[in-house]
Write a protein that binds this ligand. Structure first.
Ligand SMILES: NC(=O)c1ccc[n+]([C@@H]2O[C@H](COP(=O)([O-])OP(=O)(O)OC[C@H]3O[C@@H](n4cnc5c(N)ncnc54)[C@H](O)[C@@H]3O)[C@@H](O)[C@H]2O)c1
Length: 252
């Protein structure tokens, strides 16, 4: 059997309603998994998810990953609907404002860490006990190129994404013996709303594209391929890894 085939697997994707997360939901379903997609903005999300899967393969739930009860409720809902959760993708994240660190305000710090770091921790907190009780699973957290290298003018975002790498490695070690693999993906620039919002008015996306060795930004579907590979049995001996998909930026 093809180890990337996900027939019979059940997944939850936090931040699964736009950009990279939406592309991941689509690919998981194409490969045969059933998916609970969780994210903000129910009306936008329903439009985005329409046609991605049918009632049997796709559930939707409005979740703010800062809300512990909502996160635990989403994991419980996926487990109840599908009988188990084999795959968890902790992808929800937000951009920072663009500028020097001294210009950032405390509420922005709290928002970034609350979503990009605390939200991922909350996902892990409720996914892991479920996977321990069911004999294992695979978790992928979304970090960033900014999680493995410094990026000027987005220092708080950079800090939040470095923290995701640390969390991923430590939790991978805690769970290696329990058949739970925990990895992270570290994308370079991806053509999503987040990228455009983050640099709008500061750097044209075409200039960013030109700075990439491959001379382009990526598409969400390309990052979804990396995430779904890490989540699949094809990556059965891979844990605590940060898969950089950045068109060569950090090779320099
Ligand atoms: N776009 C890029 O260039 C890029 C590069 C590296 C890493 N990333 C990371 O990829 C992930 C996805 O980003 P994207 O580019 O697809 O952005 P996006 O804005 O297109 O999608 C973000 C998703 O996260 C969800 N989300 C945001 N805040 C949330 C919250 N409080 N609770 C629950 N869900 C929430 C949204 O509903 C949406 O589904 C983020 O973690 C981001 O930091 C993006």
């Amino acid at each position: 059997m093809n180890a990337t085939d996900l027939t019979g697997k059940a997944a939850i994707v936090f931040g699964g309603t736009a950009g990279i997360g939406l592309a991941t939901v689509r690919l998981l379903i194409e490969r045969g998994a059933r998916v609970l997609a969780a994210g903000l903005n129910s009306s936008d999300a329903r439009v985005a998810l329409a046609g991605v899967g049918d009632e049997a393969s796709l559930l939707w739930r409005e979740v703010d990953v800062r809300d512990e009860a909502a996160v635990s409720g989403a994991v419980a809902a996926a487990a109840e609907a599908f009988g188990r959760v084999d795959i968890a993708i902790n992808n929800a994240g937000v951009e920072s404002s663009f500028g020097p660190v001294q210009d950032a305000q405390q509420d922005e710090f709290d928002k970034l860490m609350g979503i990009n770091l605390r939200g991922i921790w909350l996902g892990l907190k409720y996914e892991i006990p479920h996977m321990l009780a069911h004999g294992g699973g695979a978790i992928v957290n979304t970090s960033s190129q900014a999680g493995v290298a410094g990026i000027a003018n987005v220092a708080l975002y950079t800090a939040s994404k470095h923290a995701v790498v640390g969390l991923t490695r430590a939790v991978a070690l805690e769970n290696a013996i329990h058949n739970i693999r925990v990895n992270a993906v570290a994308p370079g620039p991806v053509d999503t709303g987040l990228l455009h919002r983050m640099v709008d008015g500061h750097i044209p996306v075409s200039v960013i594209a030109d700075s990439v060795p491959m001379k382009r930004v990526s598409q969400p579907a390309e990052i979804a391929e990396a995430i779904v590979w890490l989540a699949s049995d094809a990556a059965s001996y891979v844990t605590g890894h940060v898969l950089v998909a950045d068109g060569g930026i950090t090779a320099a």
